[in-house]
Design a protein around this ligand. Structure first.
Ligand code: HEM
Length: 377
């Protein structure tokens, strides 16, 4: 009763004077800056226990991050028919959107998240971005993700073509991102997400192929390893959107390869090498902007997000994996030399595949058919 009264008082206070910044105690016992944020604690508890159970920046954290981008980027500063941004349309209109080529594999996220969306009374749009922010906290090296609450759900789906494709050239990708309000620098900043990522569907013969040698650490290795001369494919060759990587077992997207080398982005890319603070800060800012695309009137619920895990100091230093040296770097930035990095001792080994979470499997096909209709209850 007392806690309910406190929530009511705080809600009035926030209406009449946000500057008071009065903390409230929710009916469930936690404290937060704004009474509206109390609705997030039961969701947090459920997904921490049941969706991210045992996740150490692995498949569930990766999956929730990717879908947050694919939902938010359905937005345009110039063309309202491109969608209303971070609006949940990727699931709400999943019957259409999950069938787009660019969303191949997002059905995994649908399988993972929709049972939890059905249990809680927050918008689909908020759930997608909240889950991504919580998932990021599993990844050592990330800075505290802010979280804004109160997104409105989509009333129509995004059309095909809003999500960049790995086989597109840099001009096309940057133009699409700019059309959504994200600069070249913000695009490179956001691509730090590929430091905690891999591909399940680019190579149809293998899933969980990592984009760098440390896919469970939000570290700078992705920016180092995409700059290495390509030598092999981790599985089959000839896949659209894939080029050879410099590390056995690693998958390199053609888009990442080109962004690392194009004059529009190569120095922005290299600036992340051996600069954990720059990478983490620029990602934090760009990700916060991305999460709110197309949405207004949001409430700051950042204090609901769990505390992040720091990167152990030794891992903040970029390195060359075993067998790799500076001679393997394809220098692209014309104004600064690629840093000299230590080579990890030992023999070169093939990277392991990222273990897939059983909750991302289920009855959905990866082309988005077979799972959509029965999704929401
Ligand atoms: C801008 C150009 C981008 C392109 C062309 C691109 C493309 C891709 C592709 C092809 C995959 C592999 C999908 C699969 O086969 O499973 C992937 C994975 C991933 N991407 Fe991107 N991406 C881009 C930007 C982003 C951004 C901005 C984010 C997040 C903010 C992001 C987060 C991820 C994550 C976390 C994964 C791994 C998903 C998993 O393991 O389940 N990507 N991306």
């Amino acid at each position: 009763m007392l806690s309910t009264t406190l929530v009511l008082l705080a809600s009035l206070a926030s209406t009449y004077g946000a500057a008071l910044n009065r903390r409230v105690t929710c009916a469930t016992g936690q404290t937060t800056a704004n009474a509206a944020c109390c609705a997030l604690f039961p969701v947090l508890e459920d997904i921490q226990t049941n969706m991210f159970a045992g996740d150490t920046c692995s498949d569930a954290a990766h999956t929730t991050l990717r879908v947050a981008f694919h939902d938010a980027i359905g937005f345009s500063l110039t063309n309202p028919s491109f969608g209303t941004g971070a609006d949940g349309s990727i699931f709400i209109f999943g019957q259409t959107e999950l069938g787009f080529d660019s969303n191949l594999g997002i059905a995994d996220a649908f399988n993972l998240e929709v049972p939890f969306i059905n249990k809680h009374n927050i918008s689909v749009a908020d759930f997608i971005q909240f889950a991504a922010a919580v998932g990021l906290t599993k990844c050592p090296g990330i800075l505290q993700p802010p979280f804004m609450f109160g997104r409105k759900d989509a009333t129509f789906g995004a059309p095909d073509g809003t999500v960049p494709e790995p086989f597109q050239n840099v001009d096309v990708i940057l133009a699409r991102m700019a059309d959504a309000g994200l600069s070249a620098a913000e695009t490179v900043a956001l691509l730090a997400s590929h430091s905690i990522a891999g591909a399940d569907d680019v190579d149809p013969t293998k899933s969980g192929l990592p984009f760098d040698s440390t896919p469970s650490l939000f570290d700078t290795q992705f920016f180092v390893e995409t700059q290495l001369r390509g030598t092999s494919f981790p599985g089959s060759s000839g896949n659209q959107g894939e080029v050879m990587s410099g590390i056995a077992g690693e998958l390199r997207l053609q888009s990442d390869h080109l962004l690392a080398r194009d004059t529009a982005t190569n120095c922005l890319w290299q600036a992340n090498v051996n600069n954990q603070a720059h990478m983490a800060q620029s990602f934090q800012a760009a990700f916060a902007k991305m999460q709110n695309l197309g949405q207004t009137g949001l409430i700051d619920c950042s204090d609901v997000i769990p505390t992040v895990i720091p990167l152990p100091a030794a891992q903040a230093q970029s390195f060359f994996p075993p067998g790799v040296t500076h001679a393997d770097v394809e220098q692209a930035c014309a104004t600064a030399a690629f840093p000299n990095l230590p080579t990890t001792p030992g023999a070169a080994a093939t990277l392991p595949q990222i273990v897939q979470n059983p909750l991302t499997q289920g009855d959905c096909d990866d082309d988005g058919t077979g799972c959509i209709i029965a999704g929401f209850t």
